[in-house]
Design a protein around this ligand. Structure first.
Ligand SMILES: [Zn+2]
Length: 376
């Protein structure tokens, strides 16, 4: 997902990574904190900047780094709870908009999802409370100011993330709480609707005050609601689909030693959407047109030798989950173990859309109808 990131540590097998965008945002935050946020906040707290021995820029850099430490601890809390619940965690990446933890936990119960989402803000709340309490101790003015500001940053991180809007933790918590009474789709629709409402209010307020930052955040929350809803809707539609209904069938077979340019020619000649890399000893993987990014490579160089397989009648839901996690297409075989097609994510989206439309036409507002067989 984020190729331009540097892994600086591992925790319980989870890589912790810094995205290249931090190189740009950290200096910006440092300067913003040093010359705007810190003087303003400290002024309100009765601590004039000139009373401090620390130069403003040093305080800015310290606090900018501290923000990302707060974000990292927040993400670690999500990841550790997810691991404890038996989920797979790919990585934690710190980047321009904060932190991202990639978790595969689609089968979480509402209780598990609620706890997993709350763990992040909870860490910031606790950290904020500790810092604000420690700031009451008789410490030097520099440490006092730093603890106050770091405490406030953590309280802000907790409160912001608890807003009931996707993709924030508060949105996920609301959805999980609603799922105790409603289906996942209904819960998501309700939570997404509330999130969108909040986003619209934020956007209007931001535009009225000329606050571009707030307006951008509001837009981010508005699209987050739509993304979560369509993700859940696609997943619900997959329950009634099999591998056969989401595969491309115009597929060619190529040997691992074939040059990429020749693979491209072969695919073009046969009007193929995918190429399965295999020889008499085995199958090595699938190449889609977008995978052919190295002209001087051979087909075998671009696959990892561990293809995902499915039978034509396998249910689509678990397959798609595995595809997303392993980031590769699925080869579909028939009863004779012959490859007959390849499942790609765009094909999954197409099949899910058809499934939803078909259900709506046949049984308005009702449950999915018996699956009628159709070709891919
Ligand atoms: Zn979070």
């Amino acid at each position: 997902m984020f190729r331009t990131a540097w892994t600086f540590a591992h925790l319980r097998g989870v890589p912790l990574r810094l995205h290249v965008s931090l190189l740009f945002i950290l200096p910006l935050i440092s300067v913003g904190v040093a010359f705007e946020a810190a003087p303003m906040l400290l002024g309100r707290l009765g601590i004039p900047m000139h009373a401090m021995t620390l130069p403003p820029l040093a305080l800015g850099v310290l606090l900018a780094v501290a923000v990302f430490v707060g974000v990292l601890l927040h993400e670690l809390a999500h990841a550790l709870v997810a691991l404890r619940q038996g989920a797979r965690v790919r990585a934690i990446t710190l980047m321009v908009l904060g932190g991202v933890t990639e978790i595969d936990h689609d089968d979480a119960t509402p209780g598990q999802a609620l706890w997993m989402a709350f763990a992040g803000p909870l860490v910031n709340l606790v950290l904020g409370a500790i810092c604000l309490a420690a700031a009451r101790l008789p410490l030097g003015v520099d440490l006092h100011a730093f603890l106050l500001l770091f405490g406030l940053i953590n309280v802000f991180l907790a409160v912001f993330n608890l807003l009931p809007a996707f993709p924030l933790d508060g949105g996920r918590m609301l959805k999980a709480a609603l799922q105790f009474k409603l289906s996942e789709e209904a819960a998501t629709r309700l939570a997404a609707g509330l999130g969108r409402g909040l986003a619209v209010l934020g956007l209007i307020y931001g535009l009225m005050r000329g606050d571009i930052f707030l307006a951008v955040i509001a837009l981010f929350l508005f699209t987050g609601a739509g993304a979560e809803l369509s993700r859940v809707q696609v997943r619900a539609a997959l329950d009634d689909l099999s591998a056969r209904q989401a595969m491309v069938t115009r597929v060619v077979t190529v040997g691992p030693a074939r040059p990429v340019t020749s693979v491209a020619r072969h695919m073009l000649f046969h009007d193929a959407q995918a190429a399965i890399v295999r020889d008499h000893t085995g199958t090595y993987g699938v190449l889609l047109p977008e995978d052919l990014d190295r002209e001087d490579a051979e087909a075998g160089d671009l696959v990892d030798g561990q293809p995902l397989w499915a039978h034509v009648e396998d249910p689509l839901g678990p397959l798609v989950r595995e595809m997303r996690w392993r980031r590769k297409p699925v080869i579909v075989r028939d009863d004779f173990n012959t490859p007959v097609g390849v499942i790609t994510l765009p094909e999954v989206g197409r099949a899910a859309r058809l499934r939803r439309l078909a259900d709506r036409a046949l049984q308005p507002g009702g449950r999915p109808v018996e699956s009628e067989q159709s070709g891919a």
